[in-house]
Write a protein that binds this ligand. Structure first.
Ligand SMILES: [Cu+2]
Length: 136
């Protein structure tokens, strides 16, 4: 009984830490390239995304070039967008993968790695999370 109580208080602490990491990072304003695309490379690793706070313009195509740092831990990239837009859920590998979409609605949309091992915190909870901020 005693050990169960210790475990549950540890979980509560982790939830608090994860909530505190949401918006602490310097935003990176993605430039519009000569071909009119907002292009940015994102690297994922244990347990981070770089960059982890992107600012893009609505109505202009975005190209994400996603890859993972070398390592044995498998990672994914999930981007939540409103239901009428393309969302991304992709395995990350060392070879870059390209995803294009045009954000239509201003807002803040999380991206993260949902992978986890049984009984452990998800990679998202460990800090493998970022935010796509869409502005008008
Ligand atoms: Cu991961």
């Amino acid at each position: 009984m005693h050990s169960i109580r210790l475990i549950s208080s540890g979980i509560a602490l982790v939830f608090c830490l994860a909530a505190g990491t949401q918006a602490a990072d310097t935003p990176y304003r993605v430039p519009v390239a000569g071909d009119g695309i907002q292009r940015v490379a994102i690297v994922g690793g244990s347990y981070f995304f770089k960059p982890d706070h992107l600012v893009v313009k609505a109505g202009t195509p975005v190209e994400l070039v996603l890859r993972a740092e070398p390592g044995i831990v498998p990672h994914r990239f999930v981007l939540d967008l409103p239901p009428d837009q393309v969302a991304i859920d992709a395995q990350l590998g060392e070879a870059p993968r390209v995803f294009r979409f045009t954000p239509g609605t201003a807002g803040r949309y999380p991206y993260y790695c949902p992978n986890k091992l049984l009984f452990f915190d998800s990679h998202r909870d460990k800090g493998m999370a970022g935010m796509l901020e869409v502005v008008e």
